[in-house]
Design a protein around this ligand. Structure first.
Ligand code: GLU
Length: 434
């Protein structure tokens, strides 16, 4: 990215800072001050490299045509191709895509991966569309993105409301638009594909498994056992479910869950598999689960528990609810779930936060394994994947934990410092073209 044009643009353009972008920029500036980041590198990292907005038409089941808006923001690629998910949600806009792309840059750098950061999606509520419509929307979006994505350039993955099926459609569309001899060699244009079509065994659980591992590593460092510890989860999608699954297996007790439709609690424990099976026959929702009581939306974070796992959307823990949180540990499964005001209150109260760029990095590490598997024409076994994930995430966790202890700072600032220093080093070594 270090082209002259990009550099000039970075110098002159200012991103209008609001919403999630405000949050990630404040986190970045705090860490940049701590490490006295060189002002030139700060200039480069404060703005995105490329922002792609596409409007594309799709034929609906009733014969009408709807026009959708899709986004792909490529924040930085100093360490390798842009990497990050695509989400389908009404909150997707340019501000959200920029912030989420920036978080990906820090996440991939912290994890020691050869990637930069990107993010995007489509502004839509997927529950309003049939499977056939979602397939056509996904394929047309992929076609509209065209060569702005690519296996060695920008590699999307699942995120909120997108899954392995979405990735299979994307891979197929992208490959179908290549010359015949290049088709199969391009399947690593996306990661998070189904295991039968170039996907990695275990990629489905890798984010939730990473959230669980972060909690486990933290407990080990603090000589605590997870047995009998109560936890609550916001979001019972791929991340929330798998995190709860592994925590329960380790003896912890799920006592509260919130999804987009409502919240439930049971201090005696909610069976993770029972809840999952219930949600499968209840339009994907946990509402009215028989073995729990309903909770008011604004009372959810105040539930009695030891560990709180926000695994849904951004800006959920704020100054409105941070003082009511009972948990002693927040493990951020989502991206940006705690805003800067909320975080300040939590830290003042002595509550530990395992930051998103560390806590949910199992997903992109799993993606990296899938990308390598495709690139090298290999097929990895589940146990191999899980033990590789374990090793990689332990390294990241220890790095952040030790840095935060040594420098007497919170884990988010420590994670940012490590991530930014790695990118800074690459710029210093390589220089700025020309
Ligand atoms: N969407 C996930 C994240 O936010 C995964 C990204 C990826 O695997 O590229 O980390």
């Amino acid at each position: 990215m270090a082209t002259l044009t990009a550099e000039i643009e970075k110098d002159t353009k200012k991103i209008p800072v609001k919403g999630m972008m405000n949050n990630v920029m404040m986190q970045f500036e705090n860490a940049a001050d701590q490490i006295q980041l060189h002002p030139n590198i700060k200039k480069i990292l404060s703005i995105t490299n490329n922002e792609i907005i596409v409007n594309f038409p799709v034929k609906m089941d009733n014969g009408e045509v709807e026009v959708f808006t899709g986004y792909r923001v490529q924040h930085n690629n100093a360490l390798g191709p842009y990497k990050g998910g695509l989400r389908y949600h009404p909150t997707v806009d340019i501000d959200a895509a920029r912030a989420l792309a920036m978080w990906m840059t820090w996440k991939t750098s912290l994890a020691g991966l050869p990637y930069g950061g990107g993010k995007g999606g489509i502004k839509l509520d997927p529950s309003k569309y049939s499977q056939e419509e979602l397939e056509r929307i996904t394929r047309r979006f992929t076609f509209a993105l065209a060569d702005n994505i690519g296996p060695e350039h920008d590699i999307p993955a699942p995120d909120v409301n997108t899954n392995s099926q979405t990735m299979a459609w994307m891979a197929d569309t992208y490959m179908s638009t290549r010359p015949p001899a290049e088709r199969t060699a391009n399947q690593h244009v996306v990661t998070g594909k189904p295991a039968g079509s170039g996907g990695l065994e275990g990629r489905d659980r890798s984010t939730g498994y990473g959230v669980y591992l972060s909690i486990k590593f933290w407990a080990e460092k603090n000589k605590k056992s997870l047995k009998g510890k109560k936890f609550i989860v916001q979001g019972f999608g791929n991340v929330g479910y798998w995190a709860a699954y592994f925590l329960e297996k380790d003896g912890a007790k799920l006592v509260g869950v919130q999804d987009a439709y409502g919240s439930i609690q049971n201090q005696k424990g909610i069976g993770v598999e029972d809840l999952f099976n219930y949600s499968q026959v209840n339009d994907g929702s946990i509402v009215n689960f028989p073995n729990a009581n309903p909770v008011l939306k604004n009372k959810f974070f105040a539930l009695n528990c030891d560990i709180c796992i926000p695994a849904a959307l951004g800006n959920q823990i704020t100054k409105e609810n941070a003082s009511k949180i009972k948990a002693k540990l927040i493990a951020e499964g989502a991206n940006g779930p705690t805003n800067v005001d909320g975080e300040k209150i939590l830290l003042d109260r002595g509550i530990t936060i395992i930051p998103d760029i560390l806590c949910n990095s199992g997903g992109v590490v799993g993606s990296y394994f899938e990308w390598l598997q495709n690139r090298n024409g290999e097929l990895w076994q589940l146990d191999e994947v899980m033990s590789k994930l374990d090793k990689k995430l332990k390294e990241s966790f220890n790095k952040v934990y030790e840095y935060s202890e040594r420098e007497a700072m919170d884990m988010r600032t420590a994670a940012y410092c490590i991530a930014i220093q790695r990118i800074e080093k690459a710029y210093v070594q390589r220089g700025i073209f020309p």
